[in-house]
Structures are given as C-alpha cells and as structure tokens.
Design a protein around this ligand. Structure first.
Ligand SMILES: NC(=O)c1ccc[n+]([C@@H]2O[C@H](COP(=O)([O-])OP(=O)(O)OC[C@H]3O[C@@H](n4cnc5c(N)ncnc54)[C@H](O)[C@@H]3O)[C@@H](O)[C@H]2O)c1
Ligand SMILES: [Zn+2]
Length: 360
C-alpha cells in the first residue's frame, strides 16, 4: 500500500510516498526514484548485524553500491560526535549533492541521518527505511530531523523531508517486545484522539498485534501513517494543529525529564501521560468515565504503564515548564473529548498542580 504525504502547497513541493508492505524489493524501488551508482546507508550495529547483508544484496541487485556507516545502538548516536563522523565519511567518499543518504534503523538513525542529509552540502537526497514500530508509525514521517545536545533532547535540527519512506514490516520480526510496545503507544495515541475506528480495531486485535501478525501490523501502520501524513499536510511546521500529536506528551516529557531519560521508554512515559490527560479531561467535564476507562484498559492490556511515578507536584510542574508549548503561567494541553476526538485547552499550572496533588 502507498500513502502520499502531500506537501504540494509548500514553497518547494516536498511531497513524497510512504510504501508499506512485506518483502519489499527495496533495490528496485530505490532505482526507480533515481539512485544510480551508490548510496550511503546510515545504520546502527544491531540492524547492521541483522540486515546489513540483506540490504547490501538488495541494493547490489539493482546496480547500486552501498557505502555503510555503522553507528552504536541507542540515543547515544544522536550526537554532534556521530554527526561529525557521518560528515567525515561522506567527505572521504566524495559524496555529492545528487547522492542519497538512506536511514536504515529506528528513530535515532532516522533523526540523525536525516539531519546529516539536511545539512551536508546544504542538503542531499534522503530516504527513510525504518526498522522499529516507533519509526514506522511516527519518526520516519513528517520531516523532523535532528540531534541531541548535552542540555536537552532534539535541540539541534531541521525540517527535512525524505524522498520516500519504505516500510517493510518483516524488519519487525526481530524487534523485542519492549520496543514493539514502545512504538505501539504512539499508535494508541493516534486512535485515542484522531481515529476511533483505529482504537476499536486495536482493542479487537490486540493479541494478534502483540504476536506480530503481519496483516494486523500493516493495518495499524497504514492507519497511523495516514493520520500522521494528514496532520503534517495541514501543519508541516507545527504552528498549531500538529501539536495534537502531543497528546500524552506534556506529562510524558516531564516524566522522561525526571527520569533523566534513563529507566523509562518514551512510549511508557506517554502512556502514563495519556491516562493523565484523559483524567484531566474528565475533571473538566470534557469526557465521561467511559472514555477514561477505555483508554486506561487498552494501555494496561498492551503491557504499558498507567500509574504516575511518585515525584512531587512541584517536580512535575517544573519539568513541564521546559515544554515548548508553555507560556508564563499556563500550558497548551491536548485533551480528549471522546475516543477519536480531542480539544486544545490552555490550562493554568496552578490547576494542574492541584490535580496532581490529588492523584499522587
Ligand atoms: N522525528 C520525529 O518526528 C520523531 C518522532 C518520535 C521519536 N523520534 C525520535 O526517535 C528516537 C527513538 O526511536 P526508536 O524508538 O526507534 O529507538 P532506536 O532507534 O534507538 O531503536 C531502538 C532499539 O532497537 C534496535 N533496533 C532497531 N531496529 C531493530 C530491528 N528491526 N530488530 C531488532 N532491533 C532493532 C536499535 O538498535 C535500538 O537498540 C528518539 O531519538 C526520538 O527522539 C523522532
Ligand atoms: Zn511521542
């Protein structure tokens, strides 16, 4: 299946396709978008060990010579050090504007390779081949690229769209459960605030999804990418509507900050954040108990946490104040009005403090 990210209205038409399937002839597709001689594959150690040989063969069979840049696993790679290493390798190989950088890995590799592509020679062609559920449904779509700075995540970056996103669900076969549910939390998010049918589908097919049934995985990836593509079409640079994707993220980011990004996965933190946002919504009479229960039950049944970790309300408020959506005394919150619909609301920190005090 194919989804179009339609950016034809932007100054420079940066529209592209997202292909979703299994056993994709990646070489042929890359050849068809214009890769002729060679391409630089940026990947991480684990993905290289698992699929380096396969991807190399797929490219070779299409007459493309792959040049591999293999980085360590995990967030550590999203740094100036490894960005600089990529530049060094590109310069060594005399990479030119018309050449292609291919991100082959999870969100870390996608963000880092995307930023290298955005900045090297003021922009070279870029392709995303995501290999985690999180990167399939979230980070590979939408054009946000970047690296971390010692003082914070994603502080350096650019909006830079890929030429194509190729999602082959077969890569998920080797993904462990923790990483699967980490990405799955974002799928629940799309369903919760933007697509009731997706939410109901997940409820019904949860066991199959957890067993990595191909058709179910393809369905949730296709729905998630369509939703994200639609949101990005409407608001590429996050001037307003795109922040609906932050449902569960205000408290989620605060939890990640308080844990110093150790000991908790992003998907776990936003799961707690989504349940919190639904309870806040109920407190404000935007939704009923049933909505809170449906969301909380699905999150629990997926093996994701719902309980707020025991930090103090002060700690939570201070961490939330680091959020980009913050004004002096209030924060723009994404709330839920029923499964599949949302509402933006500016909430005073004093109100959130009180609410947290009662919950903790
Ligand atoms: N650009 C965006 O819009 C956006 C959106 C959400 C998240 N992100 C970023 O994405 C990053 C997180 O991405 P992630 O969750 O994919 O983490 P990740 O890239 O670190 O991958 C998680 C782990 O899975 C391993 N792995 C990858 N593919 C595998 C496979 N097929 N089989 C087995 N193991 C595999 C990796 O080696 C790594 O250890 C964060 O840096 C976050 O900031 C970006
Ligand atoms: Zn997220």
């Amino acid at each position: 299946m194919k989804i179009k990210v339609d950016l034809s209205h932007s100054a420079k038409d940066a529209s592209y396709d997202i292909l979703i399937n299994s056993n994709i002839s990646i070489g042929t597709i890359l050849e068809s978008i214009g890769i002729k001689k060679r391409a630089c594959i940026v990947t991480c150690k684990t993905v290289n060990n698992l699929y380096g040989f396969l991807i190399s063969n797929l490219l070779n069979s299409a007459g493309i010579e792959p040049i591999f840049i293999v980085l360590p696993d995990g967030e550590i790679a999203k740094s100036i050090k490894y960005l600089s290493y990529i530049y060094d390798e590109l310069i060594k190989s005399r990479f030119e504007r018309s050449d292609y950088i291919i991100a082959f890995g999870g969100g870390v590799i996608g963000d880092l390779a995307g930023y290298a592509a955005a900045s090297y020679l003021r922009g070279v062609n870029f392709v995303q081949i995501p290999t985690t559920l999180l990167s399939d449904v979230d980070s590979s779509v939408g054009g946000k690229t970047g690296i971390d700075h010692p003082s914070g995540k994603n502080l350096i970056g650019a909006f830079y769209q890929p030429k194509i996103v190729i999602i082959d669900v077969d890569f998920l076969n080797s993904l462990d459960k923790i990483e699967l549910i980490n990405g799955f939390a974002e799928v629940i998010k799309y369903g919760a605030v933007l697509d009731k049918d997706l939410f109901l589908y997940i409820e019904k097919n949860l066991d199959k999804i957890m067993l990595k049934d191909k058709q179910s995985l393809m369905h949730i990836i296709e729905r998630s990418c369509s939703i994200k593509a639609d949101v990005v079409n409407k608001d590429e640079k996050e001037n307003g509507f795109r922040s609906v994707l932050n449902f569960g993220h205000s408290l989620g980011h605060a939890i990640e900050t308080l844990y110093n990004y150790g000991n908790i996965k992003h998907g776990e933190a936003i799961s707690i954040g989504m349940v919190f946002a639904s309870k806040l919504s109920k407190e404000l009479n935007l939704c009923g108990n049933e909505t809170v229960n449906m969301l909380e039950t699905l999150i629990k049944n997926s093996g994701l946490p719902t309980e707020i970790p025991k930090f103090t309300p002060e700690e939570y408020i201070n961490a939330m104040k680091l959020d980009k959506k913050v004004e002096d005394k209030s924060i723009k919150f994404v709330l839920i009005s029923s499964i599949g619909s949302f509402k933006f609301e500016k909430l005073d920190f004093a109100f959130i403090y009180k609410f947290l005090e009662n919950l903790l």
